[in-house]
Write a protein that binds this ligand. Structure first.
Ligand code: CTP
Length: 397
């Protein structure tokens, strides 16, 4: 996302200013050309020397001193494709929201048409101050992407909201947001299931499977990158992705209830979860005890088939996509499931392969679509496979 992009990192005077050094390093690592600007207060917290060495460029601190160009703020403003304001103080947020350009940082930002990302970091009472809240809302309205400050241990010595998120999270959220800007799924709602369901046996035990949920999370990220509003119905806690609402469930029945409810207002449903076909006929109220030398026979009953139910009920504008995790005769079973589940696309994968199976970071799949030839996507990272799947999804209807 940031490769060969001109990225300006503007730093203001917060104790979190030291994290801007990591942000600069991560941007350089991802192939960006990076320049840094600092307010006067920022230089009380981190030196311009550090940021100059890390970025490989002189740091902008003053409009009038140390430049060969007379209009340095215009030159820098034109150069930038993306501007990060990290960390942003209440004071700088106020100036940017109100159109005040009284130093090198604010004048450069105001003169630029680049994509703008801002990460507030301050005391929790300052953040909750109505004027600050108004200014942040103004920036959002003006098209800024505001990274919400995190709840965590503040410099004041207590836990509250106001902390600057970790630079890697700032970059990941920004990448999703920047990709989504012109996305093909803007205005569309995509719901995705992920992970293996858990079927309670008694208060301490459950039946489940090897699914890691990684493919579902990758699909959620890929859909969000295309601008979709995503609901991820998942049994596995992984990451928070900008644009994705995580809804945590346990059993297949819970997943069924949430998925069918969400589908009523959705455009696309992707069933990536490994749904348990069976559940215990009864959940024991107390922990099941060993009986002398006897074994234990479980009585299992079928769970609802989420994909088939949703496939049968879909309206003409809705797209339904399933997965088929197989260990043999993959295409035969895949074609069979495509029809049985009333799906518009069925993605088959061979889970017997240890390098592309359940908990792997990679996958290799074959995509089946009615009346089209099967298309095989060779082994690649799950996020790349997910992005490739989403580009096929938008060709469906
Ligand atoms: N699926 C579902 N609800 C179920 C079972 C499966 O929504 N109760 C979905 C899965 O999320 C996947 C697709 O159906 O998208 C195929 O799942 P799979 O386990 O491969 O197939 P099953 O229908 O369970 O058939 P079988 O286990 O006999 O292969």
């Amino acid at each position: 996302m940031f490769k060969e992009k001109n990225v300006l990192v503007m730093v203001s005077g917060s104790v979190a200013a030291y994290k801007s050094a990591t942000l600069v390093r991560l941007l350089i690592k991802s192939g960006a050309n990076v320049r840094v600007g600092m307010t006067t207060a920022a230089q009380e917290f981190i030196t311009s020397k550090t940021l100059s060495i890390l970025s490989g460029n002189d740091v902008l601190t003053d409009l009038f001193v140390g430049h060969t160009s007379d209009i340095v703020h215009i030159d820098w403003a034109k150069w930038a494709d993306i501007i990060f304001v990290v960390p942003a103080t209440a004071n700088l947020i106020g100036k940017l929201a109100q159109g005040i350009a009284d130093d090198a940082v604010t004048a450069t930002i105001m003169a630029s048409t680049a994509d703008k990302i801002i990460a507030p970091a301050m005391n929790d009472n300052m953040l909750a101050n109505p004027a600050v809240m108004r200014n942040i809302a103004t920036l959002k309205k003006d098209g800024w992407f505001v990274i919400e400050s995190a709840v965590g241990f503040l410099a004041e010595g207590y836990i509250a909201q106001g902390r600057l998120p970790e630079p890697i999270d700032i970059l990941q959220q920004s990448a999703v947001r920047l990709r989504a800007k012109n996305g093909m799924l803007i205005g569309k709602k995509v719901i995705i299931t992920a992970g293996g369901t858990r079927e309670d046996l008694d208060p301490v035990r459950y039946l489940t499977n090897r699914s890691s949920g990684k493919m579902g999370y990758a699909l959620a990220r890929a859909a969000a990158e295309m601008g979709a509003e995503v609901a991820l119905i998942t049994t596995i806690v992984r990451e928070n992705i900008f644009g994705v609402t995580n809804i945590f469930v346990n059993s297949a029945q819970e997943m069924f209830d949430v998925a069918t409810h969400e589908f009523a207002t959705a455009d696309v449903f992707i069933s990536a979860a490994a749904v348990s076909d069976f559940k215990p006929a009864e959940i024991a109220v107390h922990k099941i005890k060993k009986q002398a030398d006897d074994g234990l026979t479980l009585n299992l009953v079928q769970n609802p088939d989420i994909l088939r139910t949703i496939g049968q009920s879909k309206k003409s504008h809705q797209i339904v996509i399933g997965f088929a995790a197989e260990t043999q005769e993959i295409l035969v079973h895949g074609q069979d499931k495509l029809i049985k589940k009333h799906a518009d696309m069925l993605i088959t994968n061979d889970v017997s392969q240890s390098d592309t199976g359940f908990s792997s970071d990679d996958n290799a799949v074959t995509i089946l679509i009615p009346n089209r030839s099967p298309e095989t996507l060779p082994k690649a990272s799950k996020i790349d496979i997910a992005r490739a799947i989403m580009t096929r999804v938008i060709t469906l209807k």
